[in-house]
Structures are given as C-alpha cells and as structure tokens.
Design a protein around this ligand. Sequence first.
Ligand code: SF4
Length: 390
Amino acid sequence: MKESTEETVWQVRNSFFGVYVHFPYCFKKCDYCDFYSEGIGAGPANDELSLFKSYQKEVSERVSHFPNLKHRTIDTVFFGGGTPSKAKTKNWYHFLEFLRSEFNVARDLEISIEVNPEDLSPQLLEEYAKIGINRVNVGVQTRNPKGLAYLGRHYDKEKYDSLLQTLTHSPIQRVGIDLMYGIPGLQTSDFYSDLSYILEAGLPHLSLYSLTLEKGTQYSRDVKDHKKTEPEENIQSEILTALPELMEKHGYRWYEVSNYAKPGFESKHNLKYWTYEPYLGIGPGAHGMIEGHRYGNPRNASLYQKKTPTNQYEPVTPNSELALTLFRLFSPFRYLEFIEMYLDKSSQAKYIETIHLWEKRGLCSISNGIFQWKKEALLLLDDLILSIIV
Ligand code: SF4
C-alpha cells in the first residue's frame, strides 16, 4: 500500500488469500487472554521443530482438500499467537520458503509478525527484515507497571523503556503497537499518558482497544471470586468516542473500530477478516475460511501435532456473518459489491433497507454504492449490526 492522501475504498477481491500461523507459546499466560496460548518462561518450546513440521503438513493437507487455492495468490502472511517472536527466526524463514515454493505469492506480499516487548531488539528486527518480514506489531497494552500486573502480563522494565527507541530505528517501516484501555485501577489519564508517549514516536499503526472480560480466563475467575473487578465501562466509552478525533489530529485514519493507521499503513491481513476474504489458518487453535467453508483446529499443541482433522468443514453463513465483519470498518467500502457477491436476494433486500434507515438517522453516508459509518454510530454499533441480521 502506498502512502496517499485519498482514502482507500475497500472492495471485493477475488483472486487472493491470506495465511495465518498460530504459534501458541508465551513467556507467561496473561490473565485476560482467551487465545490458545501456554506460558513456558524464557526458554524455547520443546516441540518447536515438530510444530513447524506440522504447519507444513497442515498446509499441504488443506490444499489437497481445496486444490483451487493453487489458482489464488497469497498476498498476506501473518505470524500470530501466542508469541511468535519466541520462535527462532530461521523456522519462520523455512516456513516462508515453503509457502513460496508451493503457491503463487504477490510481489507486494505483506508478512506480519506479532512481537512481545521482552523479545524486541534491534537484532531481532534486522533478522526479520532479512527474511522478508515487512510488518511488526508489538503488544504493549500499557506501560504502567500497575496495569500490567493487573493484567497478569510479564513485565521487563528495560525492554518496555527501550521499545520506542527500537521501533523508531527499525529497518522495517511498517511497525505498530497495541494499547489497551479500561484496565481497573488505572485512570483515563494513565491511558492518555501512554498514548501521547507513543504518538510522539509517530509509528504508522496503532490498535487501541478496550479490555474485555472473556469466559474461561483467569481474569473472569478472579472477577467471579471478587478478587478483581470488571473492566471500567464508563471510562471505555469515554475513550472510545474521543479517540477518532484525537487520532485524526495526529494524521491517522480510523479504518476499523479499534484500528488507526497512517495512510497506506493499514493491516492488509486483518482487512481480510473484515472484508470476508479467504484465509488459511494454520496451527493449534487457528481458524480458517476457505471457499465458503470454515474450520477450527484443536486448542492443544500436542493434539494438533498428533491429529488435526483436515477434512472437516462447516459451510459459512454469509447472510449473518457478513454484517458482523464488514460493518466494523469505519473507512468506506463498496457495500453493494459485497452484498451482491455474498448474500441471497432476500438478505440483500434486508441489508439495503436497513442501510437506508441508518442513513436517514444520520448514522452513515451512502453514495455511488459506497458506505461509510459516521462517528455517531460508534456506541450503537453492536445493536445496529444485530438489527441488520435478525
Ligand atoms: S502474551 Fe499475548 S497471546 Fe500470550 S498470553 Fe499474553 S495476551 Fe495471550
């Protein structure tokens, strides 16, 4: 994506797909995290090599099931987790070589990796740049030690203190940070102090999202046992609604509820999820969507390596799913193209009728088949999306 002053209008794209790879190990399991991940301390994972072999095996099996993938082109690869920066760079390199040998790959292939602060270093970024990784996202969440302790996150003070210095001197230009707000015990001003510290560095991508309480996490058990409290919803709504204007002043485009980018620096991979493009999900706990079918892998690394059924798929249900993803976008998109491509006639009529009602209420603009939310829709978003699918 080139930097441009014109806003990108998202549209249906038919000849590409993305690859997501889940590396399930972390230094420590955070209390609020509901991704499949296991805390294993500072050392490497015992099964790292066999896990990478299983990734290749899974890709091959899924391609045998969907041979048409060979006619598409991979334009995004995303190493997520867990903490993929915990894995050896050479293993990512071999995996990328494998993909290049098996598939058509776009010339401007986006290759992203999530990095945790404890792994970040100038040397690591050099290594990544050498193997073609061209996008790095660091899960910071907060720089406040009290907040990190509340979240049960590993905190390496030296690394947290030097991370902006490292990122602003990165050989990889497309770098971003995740920050979280609404952490109990922290004030609104704590979040803004983190944000302004990071804004000064001018990184091209920021994900700013609220803490949520997910079932099955340590955090949810602690809330149930009255050891911790729920996320601060009032603070969250206040920050959520203030952010678009503030970020715009700093030159960022608000392209998804929680995501801001300098022009041309949007995450092409994450846009696939919101624009209903196909992707292979590889690794334990990963999900994929290919040729109108979804699948999910076992949330257990050894079970995944022993036996992952690669012939079990559920058909997608675009009449309801499309709204859940597409209408999270706050940048403009060609809504008529999307609904004509994915929905049956009666759902198309329902979508169009509802969108016109939203326009009358001043919640969105529509023109020449292009849809864009207005800020007024933000706090109502969940209900609005629900209203289009029921
Ligand atoms: S580091 Fe990330 S993936 Fe790992 S437990 Fe924490 S939030 Fe989850």
